[in-house]
Design a protein around this ligand. Structure first.
Ligand SMILES: *Cc1c(COP(=O)(O)O)cnc(C)c1O
Length: 376
């Protein structure tokens, strides 16, 4: 009997069968192959346009000869440094193969088929994926002004609720919550329900929010809320998306559980070395964050001139409202060599999400956008 008579998809777990794969931003190589363009810029995955620092690159080169060895499975040096940075114990730190790894680990370790996971409409796409993968029920709360509606999220809690995801700021909307709102929420969540506070854009948000309301540092809330898991990443402001490294901060018992389900060597050797160096690269981070603020100004000013609405953002990306289905505009931009992110899969068919790039990249995006809007 031929194996082809078997539908192997049908053998997968129920939650997995219904899963749609995560749609990443289009890689530059792929667009090159498809359209034969040479001058391509990618502003689609919220990467740091200034890349890793010179120190990090040198550190990676210095470690190249160690590649035949397994990495430190416990990430001792990096955990120590993170513990100092956040004023927590090293046992409260969990390292991940990107912070996505932590989001997946916490769901896999704590959430079962009869459980419910709460998150907002328009929230980061990984939350529904990890929820569905374990066969749990996703409770999606309608957004308010594109952001999380914490009051309605609280009201949705019932005896089956196991986990709540909050992205602060949220991707793709760039919306954010102040410290008072977060604390009022956490004060009312029963302590047997875990709350993940996803702070992937922490450094950008901290800088952008300074003039506005207070933007909380989740790490400082850990002593008050034992059910809190804060996630951070080196993929965004630290410029290390390609190496895949992020981490979680929580009480030691939650960290202990995550540590039991993770792969033995989930964070690779170069990632550990690079992250350790990047942590001390204050000048590079400050520069990146400052340039992001200027780039944000550059793009929002141009949007106003073009009469385009956008969702105010404290991150390194902006959702621009095209006032019509944005798919054609996305495709038009591709033909001009500019990759942005369509967000129809986030129930935002009229928006495109653009990552803030270098000043020149932002200019190229804006010129391309004007061309496309003129020809459509
Ligand atoms: C980019 C992003 C992450 C980080 O992903 P990594 O796995 O660390 O690269 C996490 N959460 C949100 C909301 C993001 O946008």
């Amino acid at each position: 009997m031929s194996n082809l008579n078997i539908d192997y998809c049908d053998l997968a777990l129920a939650g997995v069968r219904k899963l749609q794969p995560y749609q990443p931003g289009k890689p530059i190589d792929e667009l090159q192959r498809e359209l034969g363009l040479t001058q391509i810029i990618k502003l689609a995955s919220n990467e740091n346009p200034f890349g890793p620092s010179a120190n990090v690159k040198q550190g990676i080169i210095n470690s190249i000869d160690e590649l035949s060895r397994y990495p430190d499975g416990n990430g001792f040096n990096l955990k120590q440094a993170l513990a100092v940075k956040h004023d927590v114990a090293a046992q409260q730190v969990t390292l991940g193969n990107g912070s996505n790894d932590i989001l997946e680990l916490v769901t896999r370790a704590f959430v079962g088929e009869r459980d419910e996971v709460i998150f907002s409409q328009h929230a980061f796409a990984v939350y529904p994926i990890v929820t569905q993968a374990v066969g749990a029920k996703a409770v999606v709360i309608p957004a308010r002004d594109w952001g999380h509606d914490l009051t309605v999220m609280l009201a949705a809690i019932n005896e089956n609720t196991k986990l709540i995801f909050i992205a602060n700021p949220n991707n793709p909307t760039g919306t954010w919550l102040g410290e008072q709102a977060i604390c009022d929420f956490l004060d009312n969540v029963p302590k047997n329900i875990l709350v993940v506070l996803d702070e992937a854009y922490f450094d950008y948000a901290r800088h952008a929010a300074m003039q506005a309301e207070d933007y909380p540092d989740g790490a400082t809330l850990l002593t008050r809320y034992a059910n809190l898991l804060v996630t951070r990443t080196f993929s965004k402001a630290y410029g290390l998306a390609g190496l895949r490294i992020g981490y979680g901060l929580s009480n030691t018992m939650i960290a202990d559980v995550l540590n039991r389900v993770r792969q033995p060597f989930n964070v690779n050797l170069l990632a550990q070395v690079a992250a350790r160096i990047a942590l001390d690269d204050t000048i590079h981070i400050n520069y990146s964050v400052e340039m992001n603020a200027r780039g944000m100004q550059q793009i929002t000013t141009a949007c106003a001139e073009l009469d385009l609405n956008y969702i105010p953002s404290v991150a390194n990306f902006l959702c621009i409202d095209m006032g019509r289905p944005a798919q054609d505009i996305y495709t038009g931009l591709l033909h001009q060599g500019v990759i942005v992110r369509p967000v129809a899969n986030y129930e935002m068919p009229n928006h495109i999400r653009v990552t803030i790039g270098t000043q020149a990249e932002n200019q190229q995006f804006l010129s391309a956008l004007k061309n496309v809007l003129n020809t459509i």
